[in-house]
Design a binder for this molecule. Sequence first.
Ligand code: DI6
Ligand code: FE
Length: 393
Amino acid sequence: MRVWRNARLATLSPRLPGLGVIEDGAVAAEGERIVYVGPSADAPAGEAIDCEGRWITPGLIDCHTHLVHAGDRAHEFELRLEGATYEEIARAGGGIASTVKATREASEAELVASARPRLEALVSEGVTTVEVKSGYGLSTVDEVKLLRAARALGDRASIVTTFLGAHALPPEYAGNPDAYIDLVCEEMIPAVAEAGLADAVDAFCEGIGFTPAQTERVFQAARVRGLPVKLHAEQLSNLNGAALAAQYGALSADHLEHLDAAGVAAMSRAGTTAVLLPGAFYFLRDEKIPPIGALRAAGVPMAVATDCNPGTSPLTSLLLAMNIAATLFRLTVEECLAGVTRNAARALGRLDQVGALEAGKLCDLAIWDIERPAELVYRMGFNPLHARVWRGR
Ligand code: DI6
Ligand code: FE
């Protein structure tokens, strides 16, 4: 038994109000599981770790990333600064297609190696669970390779994988998106399901992605395999993707800049979590803010994630994601912290395991050198992590 004593706990427990604060608290773990959360005075005996009054939060959860990919798009960033548009770059063979090409050329080991520094950046800020999407392979072998690479990162954090074959149209299917969706539904989803490589299925429902009808076919194929769904919805336009996702009981609908009232209501009814991705909003210099007030009023749980990807959000800091969410979306400190813990766990269907300090959950802790939780949201580019505990260690 290990006991972290003399700490101030922000438990984020769904049963407690606000951050679920316990002053002079302790967390005890037997192996990788929490067995006690409460006042230090009542904590069980065991190997004691004196936290010297520091704050403990649940280990942070990045619930939406494209962490595994080859190459980068720094040169495109330079071109954009010189005035080129995203569309011009894409037509010249750049954009998402350039990342697909690089990812297809990389071996599984190379994908793992290139993702590690990005994962370590997250881990250094107390992240203990990371969702990783496929979607830069776009062929059965390359999607499987990417998901296997993602799972290999499970030696440093808990990895949740999402199959995103319907991310973009691969060049060999240009002009024939329905045939590509056939491949996604009839070959790729069965393959990744049988290999046990996907915890959920996602799609990019957008003018430059796939239509609602194509998205629905993907959802049906996921349902046949018993896989939960989520969706990149309403990022650049409103195709009513969030409502479609809610109809399929989606764990989450993500981005949501163009979400309307009907979409909010559908998500609320279905218990679908809204995953906000302020890094992409910032990097694309977007101006349309997601309908935060309406989501809040409807009681839709809100999560915050990095969307770490080379094209629209080369962000590997969940602390900075919270700062952008607060500054540009006006999320409160409480909402930001719930967004990277409890509600991020909801977005992954893992609230029974992670996302709050509660007996029975995994002992994933972030121990911080701060005086008050607001500091985690307020600073930009400063990392006050004292220690990370992942599965009790
Ligand atoms: N939405 C995005 O903004 C990214 N993917 C997605 O579904 C774009 C990814 C890229 O440009 O590489
Ligand atoms: Fe994304």
